[in-house]
Design a protein around this ligand. Structure first.
Ligand SMILES: NC(=O)c1ccc[n+]([C@@H]2O[C@H](COP(=O)([O-])OP(=O)(O)OC[C@H]3O[C@@H](n4cnc5c(N)ncnc54)[C@H](OP(=O)(O)O)[C@@H]3O)[C@@H](O)[C@H]2O)c1
Length: 317
């Protein structure tokens, strides 16, 4: 079967499509025949070695962290899934979703109802769950919360605008001129075009500043927080962890960072909202597996609206 790997860190040129043997499931694993995979910034960060503190430097290294498809085989202890189920999954930092077949623990999979296409499902796990967990678990967003959302047109941001709306928050979204109408269409009450107005100079104060694309620092955003407000980003590094611990004890304004945790129940909630049409996925571009290096490079430019999807075997959708 075909699979995407790297054998050294680098640019576009290190991405290889190779032949590998089919995976066999462990007791608690399922093997999924992949239909589509979602392209994420994690892919180019792993490819160029930015993540080696967590991935290590052992090669070959598999790429791709989320996919959708149909279960082809299950381990002896698997309880909730069977062969033929349509699922969405994350491989986490281990990678391997850019593959014709992938093996993951059952707990990293969630069933997809017939109302959601496998193409949409493929782009929903990482960004959808990140948006949901950031807003609810880290940001405590609820009815009437005032949220400043930076990076509202990207993968995480597009989900976050819609989820914050469903939670009853008032969303001020930050994006560039080209995405103002798009972000309004997702339900943002107010949109700041960062090419015209510096978000750091806003006069409003927020319960949560969610910097989904890590464009502004804690220092520049802290003045925009209400007295018990939270600044949250998606780039967990040692400095952010230290600030998180320090502000949890010594400051009424909190600085937080985030790391995705696979969660079947939360993923199921998200897919229900996609099924009912309350949350939609925007796909800006689709690439065949053979053009995986181009798909990753397009995402690396940092201008993706919604998601880029890799098509691996569209015969099931
Ligand atoms: N820690 C975790 O577990 C976790 C999980 C998921 C994602 N992440 C991280 O979260 C980040 C965002 O991921 P993503 O998938 O949303 O990325 P993405 O889709 O590639 O983000 C692209 C978007 O960012 C916008 N953007 C770029 N610069 C901006 C700025 N200065 N202000 C406002 N918007 C800006 C672009 O819009 P314009 O063209 O309008 O500028 C574009 O729509 C990545 O660094 C990713 O690695 C972390």
């Amino acid at each position: 079967m075909k699979k995407v790997e790297i054998n050294r860190f680098g640019g576009y040129e290190v991405v290889e499509l190779v032949e590998r043997s089919f995976p066999t499931p462990g007791d608690n694993d399922v093997v999924v025949k992949v239909s589509y995979a979602g392209v994420n910034p994690l892919d180019w960060k792993v490819r160029c070695g930015m993540m080696k503190m967590v991935t290590g430097s052992k090669f070959p290294m598999s790429l791709g962290s989320e996919a959708s498809g149909v279960v082809s085989e299950v381990g002896s202890q698997v309880q909730n899934l069977k062969s033929g189920d349509r699922v969405v999954l994350t491989t986490g930092l281990k990678g391997g979703a850019y593959s014709e077949f992938v093996k993951v623990p059952e707990t990293n999979c969630c069933k997809v109802s017939l109302g959601v296409s496998l193409k949409d499902a493929a782009g929903s796990y990482i960004c959808g769950l990140t948006a949901l967990q950031c807003l609810t678990e880290k940001g405590n967003v609820g009815e009437g919360s005032q949220v400043l959302l930076i990076g509202a047109s990207g993968g995480v941001g597009s989900f976050a605008v819609q989820i914050a709306n469903l939670l009853g928050a008032e969303v001020t979204a930050v994006c560039s001129t080209a995405n103002v109408d798009y972000v309004k269409s997702l339900g943002a009450q107010k949109v700041i075009d960062y090419t015209e107005e510096n978000p750091a100079e806003l006069k409003e104060r927020f319960d949560l500043v969610f910097d989904a694309v890590n464009a502004h620092s804690w220092k520049t955003m802290k003045p925009l927080l209400k007295s018990k407000g939270t600044y949250l980003n998606t780039m967990p590094d040692p400095v952010m962890f230290l600030r998180q611990v320090f502000t949890s004890v010594f400051s009424s304004k909190k600085c937080k960072t985030y790391m995705l945790k696979p969660n079947r129940e939360q993923m199921s909630w998200l897919l229900d909202k996609m099924d009912s049409g309350e949350i939609r996925l925007t796909i800006s571009n689709t690439y065949p597996l053979e053009q995986v290096a181009d798909a990753i490079s397009e995402n690396e430019k940092g201008r993706t609206r919604g998601k880029i999807i890799l098509e691996i075997d569209p015969s099931s959708n």
